[in-house]
Write a protein that binds this ligand. Structure first.
Ligand code: F6P
Length: 542
């Protein structure tokens, strides 16, 4: 059951939305010259401009009331203090402890977790330094030149995204690759250019039972053993897992297993030893800067008043768009090619966290629940799907991420990137009226029926909301802060909707049903399926 105070807060937002929907953002800007300073906030070097959201000052007040009714601050504090807020798995939620650079004690079941966290960080540092300086070699004594991370979901997407984003910091002497898909094409294509003698595999799996990861890990093991002999395997494999028993059974010494804990959710694990490929790529000092940036955002989230708190504002504005204004998807649009994997990572963090149909007490969700997250970097997306953002009949709130300076400037490319990013949010907000279209066509020499026929096609309704995050440059510290900002905003949304943002039972059924189908494909007895599945299976077998 939804708490009565929360229900009332949502009802008030919806009633208020009916009035806001009658206004146009263009007019709001024309009438209020303070809209930009009023609706911007800044922390950790990130400026959040939410003035192009369909809101008034009353909206913010009503969202603050919702936050109070939903008890967001109390739940946030419970999370940071190690309470078992992941009730369906009876677990604490402490990815924040992994980046707790102030090292203040964090207790789970009366035990401070920080000594263990620091112990694993120290082991990661030692290993990273040894691989990078060439003292930790492969079995033949040759320097390691390539690292392949084998993992999937949270054991892949986060580190893969960060390695790509921080590529200017990467060592040119150590290339880091990622294999996730059980489709053998992924492994095949990655191994093609590699030499077993100079390749190190990181098997990253919290459970060490995930079908895709274990299948790929065994394929990699065979590749090394075939080339260098069975005795060489140990020198070419390390593991990142919570499951020491399965790691040993696979043949990896637990001395080279980097652990983490059940209170680290997969999609929140890049800050743990799952970040090992990041540290290998950019070095441990830069990995620590990533943690530092996230920790600064954690501190901001814990201490800033809601109206100046970036994760609170982002989460609440998304709830507003979804629950009161009727949006069901959000386009995440980094104007940064090196953030090309940011949206795929956030898809997991967001959609696995809040894609839920029931509230904490098991009753059906009453409000919202997770939106569809999609998008890709600008300016590429402008030449693909932005048409729908500008003229489609769905309003899709957009979130832009933009650096003031490029880490790899060439000519005036970055200025053009900035110009395009700012133009997109301006165009979405302003639109183009019929009068403006007519005037433009007239200037181009058109008139009469031909002009009138074209007007509706060239009309932009505008009033399409967006938020822009602007920061100096995409370095490790900023990236850490941006990721943490999004993690917490997702938590804020989940708290408003009263869902458990930290379990993921929805991924189970498909995994279960794949097992008997696999058995049938490999000669086992036929199971009972619906006609479609049975028909497709028969075709595959024939
Ligand atoms: O897809 C479900 C999931 O459990 C994710 O939450 C997780 O990130 C991923 O699988 C990988 O799990 P593991 O790290 O245990 O291999």
């Amino acid at each position: 059951m939804m708490d009565q105070r929360v229900t009332e807060a949502f009802d008030a937002l919806r009633a208020h939305a009916a009035g806001v929907k009658k206004q146009h953002l263009r007019t709001m800007f024309e009438q209020d010259h303070d809209r930009f300073p009023r609706f911007t906030a800044e922390a950790c070097g990130i400026l959040m401009d939410y003035s192009k959201s369909r809101i008034t000052s009353d909206t913010v007040k009503l969202l603050e009331k919702l936050a109070a009714a939903a008890g967001i601050e109390a739940r946030r504090d419970a999370m940071f203090e190690g309470e078992k807020i992941n009730t369906t798995e009876d677990r604490a939620v402490l990815h924040t402890a992994l980046r707790n650079r102030s090292n203040s004690p964090v207790e789970v079941d009366g035990q401070d977790v920080m000594p263990d966290v620091n112990g694993v960080l120290a082991a990661m540092e030692k290993f990273t330094d040894a691989v990078r300086d060439g003292s930790r070699t492969g079995s033949t004594g040759k320097r390691i030149t390539d690292v392949v991370n084998i993992g999937i979901g949270g054991s892949d997407l986060g580190p893969r995204m960060v390695v790509r984003a921080l590529s200017p910091d990467a060592s040119p002497e150590l290339r880091v690759h990622f294999v996730a898909n059980v489709d053998p094409a992924d492994m095949h294509d990655t191994l093609q250019a590699l030499d077993p003698a100079t390749t190190m595999f990181v098997i990253a799996s919290k459970t060490f039972t995930t079908m895709e990861t274990m299948t790929n890990a065994r394929a990699a093991r065979a590749w090394v053993a075939d080339a260098l002999g069975e005795a060489s395997v140990g020198a070419h494999f390390v593991a990142v897992s919570t499951n020491a028993k399965e790691v040993s059974a696979f043949g990896i010494s637990t001395d080279e297993m980097f652990g983490f804990w059940d209170w680290v959710g997969g999609r929140y694990s890049l800050w743990s030893a799952i970040g090992l490929p990041i540290a290998l790529s950019v070095g441990f000092a830069t990995f620590k800067e990533l943690l530092d940036g996230a920790h600064q955002m954690d501190r901001h989230f814990q201490t800033a008043p809601i109206g100046q708190n970036l994760p609170m504002l982002l989460g609440l504005l998304r709830v507003w768009e979804i629950d009161a204004m009727g949006s069901s998807s959000i386009a995440l649009l980094p104007y940064d090619q090196r953030l090309e994997l940011f949206t795929p990572h956030l898809q997991q963090v967001d959609m696995e966290s809040n894609g839920k149909g029931v509230m904490l007490d098991g009753s059906p969700v009453v409000f919202g629940s997770g939106p569809v997250i999609w998008g890709s970097p600008g300016t590429n997306g402008q030449h693909a799907f932005h048409q729908l953002l500008h003229q489609g009949n769905r309003i899709i709130p957009c979130e832009f991420l933009l650096a003031k300076t490029s880490r790899s400037p060439i000519g005036d490319g970055h200025q053009k990137l900035i110009a395009n990013c700012l133009a997109q949010s301006e165009a979405l907000m302003r639109g183009k009226t019929e009068d403006e279209v007519r005037a433009e066509l007239t200037r181009q020499g058109m008139s009469g029926e031909a002009l009138e026929a074209l007007v509706p096609h060239k009309l932009f309704t505008g009033n399409r909301p967006s938020i822009t995050f602007l920061y100096e440059k995409l370095d490790a510290r900023t990236l850490g802060a941006v990721i943490a900002l999004y993690e917490h905003a997702i938590f804020v949304q989940g708290t408003c909707w009263d869902v458990n943002s930290f379990d993921q039972w929805g991924v189970e059924l498909g995994k279960q049903l794949a097992l008997p189908i696999l058995e049938e494909l490999t000669g086992g007895k036929s199971g009972s399926h619906d006609a479609s599945t049975a028909g497709l299976l028969a075709r595959v077998k024939n």
